[in-house]
Design a protein around this ligand. Structure first.
Ligand code: C2E
Ligand code: CA
Ligand code: CA
Ligand code: CA
Length: 277
């Protein structure tokens, strides 16, 4: 088994054997992390590329580990997905996002928060009701939340995923296709999904200034999305030039380091107030 080593300790890789001793201890560590409040909600803004206004942000989780420091999601999300712990983790992220929404609102900052869902979340028939309950508890309407779902998460079990997506839509949640262009969903299928937004994967956006092929993919994805009546977000906007190029192509929103990196929730609200001032 491939093991990732970090700071000298065995760390997370998607290939950890589910029944192994390491994986069992990691699972209990993750459980502990949730109970001990070690997870952190980071928020990264999405900007309207035409007006420069910011009305939404993506929730990105990190693990503030007492010894290992700030652990990025790719070091525990795949493991959480593999073991099914992702459902508890997703619930934590949605609860934290609803609380962040309420905190922003208390400061007169209108915000929609996007949360990432994984394959296993889409197989959870109770998910729509659970999300609703968490939003209700914070006085948030369903459109305060957008759910980001990757093409590959949907294609894992398209029938069941579609069923969950329809239920989410009935409750009024916004939905977005994440990492578009990296999966294999057919256009015929895409047309049937009850989503309102498509996110162009950052690999294409980051390469478009130097690679004509990537530039063409970005351009045609924007066209495709608009033809399907979807709003388009470009990820990985790392320069002023990329912003200008995307705006010229009619892309609706942008997200990336040029605008801001993901920030801890409290810092994000200060940042947002300054941006809007
Ligand atoms: P993603 O959903 O595609 O999220 C976007 C990732 O791109 C984030 O990485 C973000 O920090 C990074 N990013 C944003 N702008 C730029 C840029 O301009 N340049 C570059 N190079 N990167 C940029 P992060 O936060 O490390 O998250 C990685 C992945 O982990 C996410 O990819 C998502 O698949 C997963 N993830 C993060 N938080 C959650 C969560 O709460 N639940 C689930 N299920 N997955 C999560
Ligand atoms: Ca995402
Ligand atoms: Ca993405
Ligand atoms: Ca991604």
């Amino acid at each position: 088994e491939a093991k990732k080593r970090q700071n000298g300790s065995v760390f997370y890789s998607a290939s950890l054997d589910a029944g192994s001793q390491e994986s069992l201890s990691l699972l209990s560590e993750l459980r502990h992390a949730v109970e001990a409040g070690e997870l952190r909600l980071y928020l990264q803004p999405k900007v309207d590329l035409q007006s420069g206004r910011i009305i939404s942000a993506e929730a990105l989780v990190r693990w503030q580990h007492p010894e290992r420091g700030l652990v990025p999601p790719m070091q525990f999300i795949p493991f959480a997905e593999q073991t099914g712990f992702i459902r508890a983790l997703t619930a934590w992220v949605i609860e934290a996002s609803a609380a962040a929404w309420a905190q922003a609102r208390a400061q007169d900052l209108a915000l929609r928060i996007s949360v990432n869902l994984s394959t296993r979340d889409l197989l959870d028939q109770d998910l729509p009701a659970k999300i609703q309950a968490m939003l209700d508890a914070h006085g948030a309407r369903s459109d305060a939340l957008c759910l980001e779902i990757t093409e590959s998460a949907i294609m894992d079990d398209p029938q069941r995923a579609l069923h969950t997506l329809q239920q989410l839509q009935e409750r009024g949640f916004k939905m977005s296709i994440d990492d578009f262009g990296t999966g294999y969903s057919s256009l015929a299928y895409l047309k049937r999904l009850p989503v309102h937004e498509l996110k162009i994967d950052k690999s294409f956006v980051m390469a478009m200034e130097s690679d004509l092929g990537d530039a063409k993919i970005v351009r045609s994805t924007i066209e495709l999305a608009h033809n399907l009546g979807l709003s388009v977000v470009a990820e990985g906007v790392e320069s002023a030039k990329a912003w200008r190029l995307l705006a010229a192509l009619g892309c609706d929103e942008g997200q990336g380091y040029f605008i801001a990196k993901p920030m801890p929730q409290e810092q994000f609200l200060d940042w947002l107030r300054a941006w809007r001032a």
